[in-house]
Write a protein that binds this ligand. Structure first.
Ligand code: CP
Length: 316
């Protein structure tokens, strides 16, 4: 992969082979987590900047842990204490970082396309940690890793994505990645939250939750993104929960082996009932653990790591 691309900006642009390579390497790193010493010296002497312009718990800490476990030097960029507050542009900020000889940039930003923009400005690799409503490729990869661990080959497997499809970069990365690996994706949500013509991305649309979950192998339940205006798409949180919330009644309709995912952060008792979020069918914290491994794999590959070396156990 390091010879194929400079940046990871979305799963739309990645091939099935690239996605599988990242997942295979992530499995190698996941195995390192069970050792007493969880770090490897792969990124020693290299500097990664985490450039987060939006709040984040999982993605920011997961990237930081991935970088620490690869022994990178880390700089966490805090917007509130930066010259952004004095009006400095994204481009000027990026060029200043480049002048300081950084080796990689991880960016989260509220604007779709911001990661692509920075990738053009910077000569170092850029990883998109979520750009507006566009893509969240590392979340897509960790979701797919979690599905693959339980289902094996994803060809023909049925994944239902429920919720605020219109505002969800997680939905878009899942749709692109799962489609490339041959899974059958259904999206379900209120008509106000499902973009018109989304079928063009190769998914089925189902507005009835009971029908959408009946044959699914996986439910991926999305967060209602109130900060992106999702609250205008339905009358109230209670109404949303009644119509599209994944409750124990919904879980009873699932196939016996079907499981439930959520990217976090959760709005408990809105898109997912608290009993389901804590129940036996959910794999939410496995997703979080896989996130560190996926990010380690991407940083390794983008910094020029040899997938063959890791596969034979030399690097880890
Ligand atoms: N899933 C996810 O992106 O969570 P954070 O916003 O906490 O990073």
């Amino acid at each position: 992969m390091s010879s194929l691309r400079k940046d990871v900006l979305g799963l739309e642009e990645m091939s099935a082979e690239e996605i599988l390579m990242v997942l295979d390497i992530a499995e190698r790193f996941r195995a390192v987590f069970d050792r007493p010493v969880r770090s490897v010296p792969i990124m020693r002497g290299r500097t990664v900047v985490n450039f987060f312009h939006e709040p984040s718990t999982r993605t920011r800490i997961s990237f930081e842990l991935a970088e620490k476990r690869l022994s990178a030097d880390i700089v966490n960029f805090s917007v509130a204490n930066s010259s952004f507050t004095k009006g400095e542009t994204l481009r000027d900020t990026a060029e200043n970082l480049q002048a300081m000889k950084i080796d990689m940039l991880v960016v989260r930003h509220k604007s779709s396309g911001s990661a692509q923009y920075l990738a053009k400005v910077l000569t170092c690799p850029v990883i998109n940690a979520g750009d507006g409503c566009h893509e969240h490729p590392t979340q897509g990869l960790l979701d797919i890793m979690t599905m693959r661990q339980r289902l094996g080959d994803l060809r023909g497997k049925r994944v239902t994505i429920i919720g605020d499809i219109a505002h969800s970069r997680v939905a878009r990365s899942n749709i692109w990645g799962l489609g490339k690996l041959g899974a059958e994706v259904t999206v379900c949500g209120p008509p106000t939250m499902v973009p018109g013509h989304i079928e063009r991305l190769g998914v089925k649309v189902e507005y009835d939750l009971k029908r959408a979950v009946a044959n699914a192998d996986v439910l991926n339940v999305l967060r209602i993104q109130l900060e992106r205006g999702a609250g205008t798409g339905f009358p109230s949180n209670r109404e949303y929960h009644r119509m599209f919330g994944v409750t124990e009644d919904v879980v009873r309709l699932l196939k016996p082996a079907a499981f439930i995912m959520h990217p976090g952060p959760m709005n408990r008792n809105v898109e997912i009932a608290s009993e389901v979020a804590d129940g036996p069918r959910q794999v939410i914290l496995d997703q979080v653990a896989n996130g560190v491994a996926v990010r380690m794999a991407l940083i390794y590959l983008l910094s020029g790591g040899d997938p063959g070396a890791l596969a034979s156990g030399e690097a880890a």
